[in-house]
Design a binder for this molecule. Structure first.
Ligand code: DAK
Length: 259
């Protein structure tokens, strides 16, 4: 698929997906959703990509779902739109590789929800966050009512969602919404450096750790520990487990092969 609003490049084993609809602050219209969906499928099928960075062009990371697209919708259309957006962001959460949001600017509504579906987030000092939907007469619709409380806790999430207020990167870091704030000019290098630090580890181990965390968070602790037991056991069927432990014992650097 030829993409107008999504750019994708590879830097060794790191994929960089850039949302490029700057005239609308990268607001998520149907075309952008479809382009993101197709690009994510390509990334999932590429065994050479060990980590992904998602960022945006211009002042916006993503200023939300496209308000003009949503304005005329009725109940059925609104519900269908929410289902489509949730499936798209679930695809990001379900990628086998770690995903870093490099938040360059406004991450509002659907943009904040996109960031929430990534594993970790680094933000520029210029970034702004918020779930302003209630001011538009709607609830967050791309799983913000679910992921935000799971990440920052229900009390903080409720205050943010009920007020719809927009807040800066320092507050986002303080409440645990993001991992780190950096000057704008350091954003991409910091994200790449983190991505490389993930990409040099054993890919199966990183993938199974991600699955154990994400699947375990959806269930009770007894079941969650069983999920971990299973992924931990699976690591012992990989060449990289033998290589990682062998390298340690032989006092040399491990060379992982993703096998
Ligand atoms: N949608 C469409 N266009 C947008 C947009 C958006 N979300 N955000 C910005 N734009 C467009 C503006 O209309 C403007 O276009 P032109 O007038 O130049 O044609 C251009 O981007 C530049 O924006 P501004 O001129 O407003 O730029 P400023 O720097 O002055 O202000 C801003 C930046 C981010 C503070 C402001 O643009 C703003 O407040 N934007 C709206 C932010 C927002 O409310 N985002 C949340 C959207 S709602 C659901 C499914 C999904 C959702 C909810 C429910 N269900 C199915 C239940 C998700 C909802 C959302 O994400």
């Amino acid at each position: 698929m030829d993409c107008e609003f999504v750019q994708f490049e590879k830097d060794e084993n790191v994929g960089i997906l850039t949302i490029n609809r700057p005239k609308a602050l990268n607001a998520l219209n149907i075309q952008l959703m479809d382009e993101l969906d197709a690009t994510l499928d390509n990334i999932a099928a590429d065994a050479e990509i060990y980590a992904l960075i998602i960022t945006g062009v211009g002042k916006g990371f993503m200023a939300g779902a496209d308000i003009a697209t949503m304005k005329p919708m009725d109940y059925e259309q609104g519900k269908a739109y929410g289902i489509k957006g949730c499936a798209l962001f679930q695809k990001i959460e379900d990628l086998d590789i770690p995903v870093i949001a490099a938040v360059n600017g406004f991450a509002l509504g659907g943009g904040n929800e996109l960031m929430l579906s990534c594993d970790v987030a680094i933000a520029s000092e210029k970034a702004k966050f918020g779930q302003p939907e209630v001011g538009l007469g709607i609830t967050p619709g791309f799983a913000g009512t679910q992921r935000l409380p799971r990440i920052v806790g229900p009390r903080v999430a409720k205050e943010l969602i009920y007020s719809g207020r927009v807040f800066g990167a320092a507050e986002a870091e303080k409440i645990g919404l993001i991992n780190k704030v950096v000057p704008p000019e350091e954003l991409m290098e910091t994200a790449k450096s983190m991505a490389r630090s993930f990409a040099k580890m054993a890919p199966f181990a990183v993938k199974y750790a991600k699955k154990a965390i994400n699947e375990g968070l959806q269930t009770d602790i007894d079941h969650a520990v069983k999920i971990e037991n299973d992924y931990f056991g699976k690591c012992f069927s990989t060449n990289d487990q033998e290589e990682g432990m062998g390298a340690f014992l032989e006092k040399r650097k491990a060379t992982f092969t993703n096998k």
